[in-house]
Design a protein around this ligand. Sequence first.
Ligand code: CAO
Length: 577
Amino acid sequence: MALVEVKVPDIGDFDEVAVIELLVKPGDTVTAEQSLITVESDKASMEIPSSTAGVVRELRVTLGDKVKEGSVVLVLEAAGAAEAPAAAASEPKQPLPSVDGSKSATESIPVVAAVTAVAAGPVEVHVPDIGDFKDVTVIEVFVKPGDAIKVEQSLITVESDKASMEIPSSHAGVLKELKVKVGDKVNIGDLLAILDGAASQPSPQPSPASGRGSESTSAPMIAPASGRVNESPAARAATPAPAAAGAGRGEGGLAAPHNPTAAPVGLPHASPSVRKFARELGVPLEELKGSGPKGRITESDVQAFTKAVMAGATQTRAQAAKAPAAPSGDSGAGLGLIPWPKVDFTKFGPVERKEMSRIKKISGANLLRNAIMIPAVTNHDDCDITDLEAFRVSTNKENEKSGIKVTMLAFLIKACVAALKKYPEFNSSLDGDALIYKQYFHIGFAADTPNGLMVPVIKDADKKGIFQISQEMGELAKKARDGKLSPAEMSGACFTISSLGGIGGRYFTPIINAPEVAILGVCKSTMEPIWDGKAFQPRLMLPLSLTWDHRVIDGAAAARFNVYLGQILGDFRRVLL
Ligand code: CAO
């Protein structure tokens, strides 16, 4: 039996990233390159693919775990060696030797064996009386086959449009089969799981959920969530990212508008990374209104709340308690902002609702943070690329056979490297009150892909020639469009160029890709009459839009950067001066 440990590959600069999604479960058949889990850092989330095809025997990570390069994600029976997956999943587990000789898989085996030894036959666990809630969606699964389950232990979280609630197990035993998965709709009485019952005993009379959905008199009859609901805000703030199994979430669903005088209502609905982000900023998550799907709190909600508190537009409960005379901040909108307009578009005509791609959601959150947190200014300028374009065209003609097409963007990358060398603050990043000056020149370029915007990075652009940069750019842009860029290929940029030159437009205001401090936007070059002191001459003019972080860069420096960039693009020999 060829059992293989699948490990986290090289994920570039990302160290200790949190597992936010499990995409497979024991018994699943996976193909090589199939995504297994999603991990998330403070910059991005990414899916970790399988290095091998086979059948998943054991997951070694749970939601909220921190992983890094080399961490074991799961053990799988390599393709060809797998028996029927269903049979394999129901067999008692054997210690699994790993390819690198470790035997950490044995850790879970005594638990399984001990419990199955007193098994009293299969027991079905059904959805209990959940009050008025019908067709609720499973949004979280806390357990997996093989887990030892206690009576009252939460198995899944379901969510309606009003509330989310955990569904507890009515019996103890070892989870043999889970009958639901994330996204399924369930109702009272639906079969959730089959346990190998250990001294099976029905759960006591269920009690109302602590979720906001339990406010109605027809409260859902489910077991109480864990004691976290009664924890102090400080204790909650110290709670680590939730693990998959048994971590009581208390409640979820739509968060109320921020009211600092209102009583705490329990743990809010947010991903581990957002919880971590909130802890780092000292933001009381339970006081936030979530703007994500079904009221989930997003990173931007945390930022907007922080901004509103800093601007004095709202207060935390702790602040309100210290200054009771202060306004409550309860404008009905929360966060000091007017609420996002809620429009029933069907009133005006037919519509179709489509979820945004994962890339769009991730880049959207990052763009919002960068737009809100960076005092950004954009300078627009034009530069004369008549001679450079003629050189580019003739170079491409001469090298037609090489198959490498030299692009204007490659020259822009080289020109930016020269400008970054001359104005090093553009090649820096803020670190508290200090600036980190980078002595390397990695240039990101925005690539338009069917799934959204991606930013591959040309590493050490200062050490590469125009041909090499053009070739790498072509390869990276293709990988981006095919969704095959690795995290390493998207990390480490010092400065980004966003070129819309192949499409059109005149100027735009690109958003800085934090923690970089500037970005260059480029639009389509056009022939224009330029006055040379005696007459108008037809010159090919390239519009440049440089956005810069005013905390780091002054307006004069930005203007000088643009002028210098224009001079180089006008005559590349200046790079040698
Ligand atoms: N002015 C005039 N023409 C230009 C030009 C410019 N500034 N830049 C490129 N062109 C021309 C090219 O010469 C090419 O013409 P030919 O096919 O006749 O040779 C054509 O436009 C297409 O170029 P391209 O876009 O394929 O190549 P590129 O190197 O300029 O760009 C890439 C590559 C990956 C950056 C681009 O394909 C892309 O994805 N751009 C969009 C980036 C984006 O979305 N930015 C917005 C981010 S903010 O939301």
